[in-house]
Ligand binder design. Structure first.
Ligand code: FES
Ligand SMILES: [Fe+2]
Length: 451
């Protein structure tokens, strides 16, 4: 069953007027409209490379975990040949899920309804009554679990796409998506921890994505966390910002330092003299020659938040977070936690404290954020309020993209909304294209010059 899962349908909803890049004005109905949401599931989640697991989560044959591509539940499972398969969790007989556990180890997937049984690669290998009831008149090879069209891995991070026309993963990620993942490896190899923190918020998934670039809200929304000292006020939202924009909607936004600051930092570390600066705690993670080489001359000066479009946030707390859509008004956040190999016990304790107390169901920051995103979504539902535009104009036409000779480009500026505008512009590109060839041909290229 490897035919394309995607059928192209010209009669889609037209969202081309929803966002105006020139002014930063957004039609807020994109957060609540049911028809737009259904199109997103097909045109964005159905086509994109979706993060499904880190390979360390399923190290042995038979290890599996569940995930979602849009609203479709998938089983991510390592087979006996060590390949990772991504299979739709829906039995072709009546559609029942064939796996109910969130993770585990198994020899096969046995459907609890009538007993069809599937191998780790999705092949149908057994069914009650094949001789007596089906009279041997069914070809089992046609009735396996449907696999994702492609599964690929970048440095241990496994992604899957349902669209056979999708470009290779590394081409999709581009340098921006790859650097976003490389940030996690800047301090050495990592391994994911058991269990995923999961919680639901009453908000549209795009608001949760938009917010990861939002360094404007920090001192207001998280003022109480700064006040009690759980969040460092100086590091929380420095004015020095760097935005990096990549193809297909990938981006990195947040604190960054100039080449001059980098040079001053290096000189200070070499001489042991000079005053500490706000960025020292970020910069000290980027000192080894290997890390600098891996991240490149611009990437190594960025300490912002990467988003792998559409919905994988690479956080700075030894975590990544998927923003999984659950209807236009609901989003499930899945926090994957990991540790760096070789961490001391104290470092591990601190890392676990941050993982439990900043984000996720018990996270002080996420409670602040979740309230605001939920109310913003509510504000896009009202009969009258939903007709009113939203303003994403901060820093528009006020900055320049600088192009490094290495090919890495960035915007060095203050608090801004460049990455949010880029996200909605790219979202519009995805929604306008009928298929991957159209998206490849017509998607917006990262800006140059004035932005
Ligand atoms: S629904 Fe799975 S065997 Fe019938
Ligand atoms: Fe926040």
């Amino acid at each position: 069953m490897s035919e394309a899962l995607i059928t192209t349908d010209k009669a889609g909803v037209d969202v081309s007027g929803c966002f105006d890049m020139a002014t930063g004005i957004l039609d807020r109905r994109i957060f609540t409209d049911e028809e737009i949401y259904q199109e997103e599931l097909k045109k964005i989640f159905g086509r994109a490379w979706n993060f499904v697991c880190h390979e360390s989560q399923i190290p042995n044959p038979g290890d599996f975990m569940m995930n979602y591509i849009g609203e479709d539940e998938v089983i991510v499972v390592r087979d006996r040949q060590q390949s990772i398969n991504v299979l739709l969790n829906s039995c072709p007989h009546r559609g029942n899920t064939v796996c109910r556990a969130e993770l585990g180890n198994t020899r096969s997937f046995f459907c609890s309804y009538h007993g069809w049984n599937y191998d780790l690669d999705g092949r149908l290998i057994g069914m009650p009554g094949e001789d007596d009831f089906y009279r041997n008149n069914i070809d089992k090879k046609d009735w396996g679990l449907t696999p994702a069209a492609k599964v690929e891995n970048y440095r241990g991070f496994c992604f899957a796409t349902l669209d056979p026309e999708a470009p290779p993963l590394e081409e999709y990620l581009g340098w921006v998506g790859k650097v976003g993942i490389d940030f996690l490896l800047a301090e050495g190899d990592i391994e994911f921890l058991d269990g995923i923190h999961k919680n639901r918020l009453q908000c549209n998934w795009k608001l949760a994505v938009d917010n990861l670039y939002d360094w404007y809200h920090v001192k207001v929304s998280h003022g109480s966390a700064i006040k009690i000292g759980i969040l460092d006020g100086a590091l929380a939202a420095p004015d020095n910002q760097m935005v990096i924009l990549g193809e297909y909607g990938h981006g990195i936004g947040g604190p960054g330092i100039s080449e001059e600051e980098q040079a001053r930092y290096d000189a200070r570390m070499a001489s042991g003299e000079g005053e500490p600066q706000w960025y020292d705690r970020y910069a000290e993670k980027r000192t080894s020659p290997e890390t600098r080489e891996m991240l490149g001359p611009v990437g190594r000066r960025s300490f912002g938040h990467p988003n792998i479009f559409p919905n994988l946030w690479v956080a700075q707390t030894n975590q990544v977070c998927l923003r999984i859509p659950r209807g236009p008004y609901e989003t499930e956040l899945w926090w994957f936690n990991f540790r760096r190999k070789g961490m001391s016990e104290d470092e591990q304790k601190f890392s676990a404290f941050m993982q439990n107390h900043m984000f996720g169901p018990a996270g002080v920051l996420e409670q602040d954020d979740g309230e605001n995103w939920s109310h913003s979504t509510r504000g896009a539902k009202g009969t009258f309020s939903k007709t009113l535009p939203l303003n994403f104009s901060m820093g528009n036409k006020a900055d320049q993209v600088s192009q490094d000779p290495s090919g890495q480009s960035c915007i060095e500026t203050v608090i801004n909304e460049h990455a949010q505008r880029w996200t909605y512009q790219s979202w519009q590109d995805w929604m306008a294209a009928e298929n991957w060839p159209e998206l490849i041909a017509n998607h917006s290229q990262p800006p140059t010059g004035e932005v």
